[in-house]
Every structure is written in C-alpha cells, then in structure tokens.
Design a protein around this ligand. Structure first.
Ligand code: CP
Length: 312
C-alpha cells in the first residue's frame, strides 16, 4: 500500500480487523516501529476524534507527531496548473507538498467537501494534489468523498459486537440543520460491500447518494420497514447529492428513537446532534456503540500507520 486514500486501499479487511483487535489488547507492541519517524497531520477542517485518535495511534507506534491547522494557519493553496497567482492564493500545492515531504515520513490530511461544486469536490484537489506532488505516503483523514479511517473503525466495532454470522446492518439518513458531506456514508457503504452482512440503506426520496457507490445496494425509502429486525443501525445525515449540497428536508420523523431502534445496536461517527439526529434515550442507553466506535479510531489509524511504516 503506497497511500491510504479510500476503503479500497485495505488489502485484506478480515486480516486488518483481526490485527486491529489484537493491537487493542497491547497497543504498544510495535512501539519501536515508528522510532525517528514523523507523521504530519494537516487539518483544513475541524476535528476532535480524528485529530486525537490519529495522534494517539502514532504515539503508540513511537512516532513523532506534527499538527497544523492548515485551514486558518497555513497559506491559502493554489491547485491549478499554470495559474497566474494574482488573486487570494499564496502558495502552490507543488511546493507545499514537496516541502512537507522533507519534514515528515507520512502526511495525513483532512479536507472536506465544499458542497458548492460537485465536480470540484469529486476531483479531491487537496488530497490528490498531495498524492501527486508529495514523495511520502498520504493518509485520508476525511476528504470530500470518503472517510476510510472511520469506516475501518466501524468495521472493527461491528466485528466486536456481532452476535450472528450475517447481521442485518441499516444505514439510515437523519435530519440535521446544516448541509453535511457524503464522505462518512460513502465509506461506510463501501465497507459494507466488503462484509458478509444483510445491508439496507434508508433515506427520504431526493437523498440518493452517488449511484456508483450505492450500486447493488438495497434501498428502502420507508425507514420503519428498513430497520425491522436490524442488528445494527448506523445513522448519519448527508445533504442531497443530485441537488448538490442542498438540505431538502429536516423532517424529524427520521430522527432515530428507541422505539424505532428496537433491539438493534446504534452507531454514529460523531459528532452528533442530540434529539435532532437521535434522541437522548438511544445515546444514553447500552445499545449505543458511539463511544466504542470513537475508541476504535485509534486502532484503525494505528493499523494504517503500521502498514505504511513497514514500507518506508
Ligand atoms: N468522526 C470523526 O471524524 O470525528 P471528528 O470530526 O471529530 O474528527
């Protein structure tokens, strides 16, 4: 693996999940692997879990960690080829990526979708720009279209909590006051395609995700039918894909309740808006796996960094 950019960079999901569960038992077992190696974490957007869990994962491997909030502290980057830089951008990604490559051995990047221009977002100019011009491995800490570290943590959490061979897993849209990206839902769907699960996606009409990603998935527009006999219900808001970035509905009929959840386990990547996305009674119950998912972010990042370190 040269870079970790998408779920498809996972070479063997069952092996990686088992390795992560093993690492969790003794997180420092590879503490010499990262000695004198540095990971640089570049944030173009806010974070709690991704920042701290990736830092912790690197520290468990004995790495040094440099963190920069690029969005408000770095120079505004230019991505276009041949641009006359007489406007707001101060530094070209060509130099920035090459310079960072001299300070670190791995660079991890968070750069969300702007949700204004689908073509621009899908071009992933930040993460693909670094992948093109940097000479070190790149890790995706949530890009415009994917959040593979989250999806890997979710796969670990599913494995640890499954009580039957082929569980039913439902991905349900939920209302939210703001327009949110599609990255978490996209990567979760890609991850479910790699698993032996009965997988159902439920959302109001108009909230269809990228058909290339949902191809082959069962989609049920009635949330009550979708969640019947579910073992895991993963709830997430996303904005419209066809009316790109628009909020078409804030219908709280889609808020996840204890009654709808039944006996299923509840999953969400966090941060979550209480009593909008999901009611308190779910989050405060033993059916909620959200804190376990956040814990597993350390081990998903640690597996990825460990694999990359072995190739450096
Ligand atoms: N789930 C997740 O990526 O959390 P943060 O946005 O806080 O990093």
């Amino acid at each position: 693996m040269k870079h970790f950019l998408t779920v498809n960079d996972i070479e063997s999901l069952p092996n990686w999940v088992d390795e992560a569960i093993n690492l969790k038992k003794d997180p420092y077992q590879f503490e010499d692997l990262g000695k004198h190696k540095t990971v640089c974490l570049l944030f173009f957007n806010n974070s709690l879990r991704t920042r701290l869990s990736t830092q912790k994962a690197a520290m468990n491997l004995g790495m040094e960690v440099m963190i920069m909030n690029f969005g408000n502290e770095g120079w505004a980057l230019e991505y276009g080829d041949g641009t006359v830089m007489d406007q707001g951008t101060s530094e070209h990604i060509k130099e920035a990526a090459k310079v960072v490559s001299q300070y670190a051995d791995i660079v991890a990047i968070r750069a969300f979708a702007g949700l204004k221009n689908k073509e621009k977002d899908e071009a992933e100019e930040v993460i693909n720009g670094f992948a093109k011009y940097a000479s070190i491995p790149i890790v995706n800490m949530e890009s415009s279209v994917g959040h593979p570290l989250q999806a890997l943590a979710d796969a670990i959490t599913l494995k640890e909590n499954e009580t039957k061979k082929r569980p039913k897993v439902v991905l349900s849209w939920a209302p939210h006051p703001k327009a949110l990206p599609h990255a978490v839902a996209n990567s979760f769907i890609q991850m479910m395609k790699l698993q032996d699960v009965e997988f159902v996606i439920t959302h109001p009409k108009g909230y269809e995700l990228n058909p290339e990603i949902t191809k082959g998935c069962k989609i049920e527009h009635n949330q009550d039918i979708a969640v019947e006999n579910a073992d895991f219900v993963y709830v997430k808001n996303w904005s419209s894909y066809s009316k790109y970035g628009e909020v078409l509905s804030k219908d709280t009929q889609w808020t996840m309740t204890k009654e709808k959840l039944g006996k299923a386990k509840f999953m969400h990547c966090l941060p979550v808006r209480r009593n909008m996305v999901v009611e308190d009674a779910v989050l405060d119950s033993s059916q909620s796996l959200v804190v376990e998912q956040a814990k597993n972010r350390v081990f998903s990042a640690q597996i990825v960094l460990k694999k990359l370190l072995k190739n450096i």
